[in-house]
Design a protein around this ligand. Structure first.
Ligand code: C5P
Length: 215
C-alpha cells in the first residue's frame, strides 16, 4: 500500500508522515532528503548548477539510498549534512530540471516497490505515485507554518525572527509552486488536511483513520 503526504515547507509533513508510518508499521520515505543529498553532492563536486545537462549526467552517476530515516550518498551517511542553509538554497537548481526529477522519481519508485510505505514530498500523489491508495495534502497557513519553524529552530539553539522565517518560507513556496515539472500541488483525489489550530496528535489520528479506512 502506498500513502502519499504532500504539502508546503513547514506543514509538519516529515514528523507526521514518520509517525503515521510507525503506527501502521509501514516504511517511511522523505523524498526531500533525496533532493537534498543530490544537491549536496553537486555542490561538493563543484558542478555548475546552471548547467542542466551536466547536472542530470552527474545525478545519474550517484548512488543514493534511503534506509531507516537516513540517506546515504555513495555509502556515506549525509542525513545531517543535507540540512544546511547552503544546500536548502541550492536545491531549486536540481528540482527545476525535469531530467533530474525523472531520475529521483525513479529512485523513489524503486524504494517503494513491493512495500507498504508512507512517502512524503511535493509531487508524490500528483506525479510520482498517481495510483497511490491514499493521498493526503497537508497544509497550514503561512504564519502558522513559520511559527512552527521558528520554534523548531529555537529548540536547536537558533533564534530567527518570524519575519525572516516567513520571507524565506515565501520564497520556497514560490519556487515549489512555480516549477514546470513536479510543482507542489494537491492531486485531484487527495484529501486536504489543514492543520491550523490542530494538535499534532489530532492530525496523526485523522490521517491514520483515513489510511485504515482504505486498507
Ligand atoms: O521537504 P524538504 O524541505 O526537505 O525538501 C527540500 C526541497 O526539495 C523542497 O523545497 C523542494 O524544492 C524539493 N523537493 C521536490 N520534490 C519533492 C521533495 C522535495 O522538489 N518530492
Amino acid at each position: 500500500m502506498i500513502v502519499t503526504i504532500d504539502g508546503p515547507a513547514g506543514a509538519g509533513k516529515s514528523s507526521i508522515a514518520h509517525q503515521v508510518a510507525a503506527q501502521l508499521a509501514f516504511e517511511f520515505l522523505d523524498t526531500g532528503a533525496l533532493y537534498r543529498a543530490a544537491t549536496l553532492a553537486a555542490i561538493r563536486a563543484q558542478i555548475d548548477l546552471q548547467d542542466t545537462e551536466r547536472l542530470s549526467e552527474f545525478v545519474a552517476t550517484l548512488k543514493l539510498s534511503w534506509q531507516a530515516r537516513t540517506v546515504h550518498l555513495d555509502g556515506e551517511d549525509v542525513s545531517e549534512l543535507i540540512r544546511t542553509p547552503e544546500v536548502t538554497a541550492s536545491i531549486r537548481y536540481l528540482a527545476d530540471v525535469p531530467a533530474v526529477r525523472g531520475q529521483l522519481s525513479q529512485i523513489q519508485r524503486d524504494i517503494a516497490e513491493g512495500r507498504d510505505i508512507v512517502t512524503e514530498g511535493r509531487d508524490q500523489g500528483a506525479e510520482v505515485f498517481p495510483h497511490a491508495d491514499c493521498k493526503i495534502f497537508l497544509t497550514a497557513s503561512p504564519v502558522e507554518r513559520a511559527k512552527r519553524r521558528m520554534r523548531q529552530l529555537a529548540d536547536s539553539g537558533r533564534y530567527v525572527s518570524l519575519e525572516d522565517v516567513l520571507s524565506a518560507q515565501n520564497q520556497r513556496d514560490l519556487e515549489d509552486r512555480m516549477r514546470d515539472v513536479g510543482r507542489l500541488r494537491a492531486a485531484e483525489d487527495a484529501v486536504v488536511v489543514n492543520t491550523d489550530g490542530m494538535l499534532p496528535e489530532e492530525v496523526l489520528q485523522q490521517i491514520v483513520s483515513l489510511v485504515r479506512s482504505r486498507i
